[in-house]
Design a protein around this ligand. Structure first.
Ligand code: GMT
Length: 371
């Protein structure tokens, strides 16, 4: 098949999933054309089946806002014609499904549109009455719609009153790269006295509730020597640094900033913290699990479909900092339970979220769509 993929190329779970899926499809012999505003950050090494078509948005005085959406739609139509694309797989309904719809109008009905919903397009933008009709339109005019969790499907139907079938296809992790790695040399640097390492990875937006991460860590550190490693950047970073200083935790918190490849660093962690307010899936939880790291998280969105409470981590209500801290302490103090949870994490990530299985699911959906 000739497949076009559009996603946001910057750091973020949706970009990771779109890029990794494109790479897997290319490995399986399909021609994959990325049509994006920048080089997807996990694209990596050259592959003869992978092509990159940059969307260059020019600035004109006549436009108050740069016309990204129109330029993207035009580029999609060009690539679809020149490369004889069978389908465009777009990640995010807004604006990508709408751009794909426009491109399809330009090239003809044979071009199929697959839209994957990742979360914030529904759980945040869906509440905006200036956008909600447009999101529903984008979804309904797609030939196939998938969502990364069953909870996201439920929310989409409830919030936008979408009639169209939405197929759940979970995110995945490539177990050839994500597995518990030998990282003693790193542990010596980050936890020289055998401290427990708690980790949080996100874009530091308010929905991630990073202040809860700090509060949980502060409680854990009262019970045992521990370090917190924070990965990512975002709008809450300033407030988070202030909170860390105020709680006198500076010496035990490390900021690693944005990291492109977290497979190694994850293997250092003893526990992943994800106390989000909204989370359609929680890809970092899955990546941690694949590296044998249990997760303490909130019961938000699709997280319970990834982390099973009492099996490979603990789930507590959103904002229940005390509950999450007690769960973390219990797990970190009980070696036998920890070993079991760690093994369960690896097993669950390999069985339910295996890259091969999910790539085959997408492949089968594409094939059915193309008849
Ligand atoms: O979490 C974010 O804010 C980033 C966002 C993105 O665009 O990558 O993540 C969304 O998509 C990921 C991949 O499907 C999911 O793992 C995240 O849970 C989802 N984020 C939210 O729902 C807030």
């Amino acid at each position: 098949m000739n497949i076009g993929i559009t996603c946001y190329p910057s750091l973020g779970g949706s970009g990771v999933v779109a890029t990794e899926l494109g790479k897997l499809l290319a490995e399986r012999g399909h021609q994959v054309h990325f049509i994006t505003g920048g080089m997807p950050f996990r694209l990596g090494a050259f592959h003869p089946n992978i092509f990159y078509h940059e969307v260059e948005v020019n600035h004109y005085d006549v436009f108050k806002y740069p016309p990204y959406d129109l330029t993207l739609a035009n580029r999609m139509a060009q690539v679809a014609k020149n490369e004889k694309l069978d389908l465009l797989h777009v990640h995010y309904a807004v604006p990508h499904a709408l751009c794909a719809f426009l491109a399809k109008q330009m090239v003809g009905d044979h071009l199929k549109i697959v839209t994957t919903l990742h979360g914030t397009d529904i759980t945040v933008l869906g509440y905006d009455s200036n956008l909600s009709d447009m999101i529903r339109f984008g979804i309904e005019r797609s030939d196939l719609v998938t969502a990364v969790s069953k909870d996201l499907i439920k929310q989409t139907k409830e919030l936008l009153h979408v009639e169209k079938e939405i197929v759940p296809v979970y995110n995945f992790v490539d177990k050839r790269r994500y597995y518990p790695k030998e990282v003693e040399h790193l542990k010596k640097v980050f936890a020289p006295n055998g401290e427990k390492i708690l980790m949080h990875i996100s874009n530091f937006r308010p929905v991630k509730r990073v202040p809860d991460v700090i509060d949980i860590f502060a409680r854990v550190r009262q019970e045992m020597p521990a370090r917190l490693i924070l990965i990512g950047e975002g709008p809450e970073m300033g407030a988070v640094r202030k909170q860390i200083a105020e709680q006198d935790l500076t010496e035990d918190v490390c900021f690693l900033g944005k990291q492109e490849d977290v497979a190694e660093v994850l293997s250092m962690a003893d526990l992943m913290l994800l106390p989000s307010e909204k989370e359609s899936f929680g890809l970092v939880a899955l990546e941690a699990m694949a590296c044998g790291v249990p997760v303490v998280a909130s019961v938000a969105g699709g997280i319970p479909e990834v982390v099973v409470d009492g099996v490979n981590g603990f789930l507590r209500p959103i904002g229940d900092v005390e509950g999450m801290a007690q769960a973390a302490i219990r797990l970190l103090q009980n070696e036998e339970m920890y070993r079991q949870f760690s093994a369960n994490s690896i097993e669950r990530s390999c069985k339910t979220f295996c890259h091969e299985t999910i790539a085959s699911e997408y492949e089968a959906l594409y094939a059915k769509l193309l008849g």
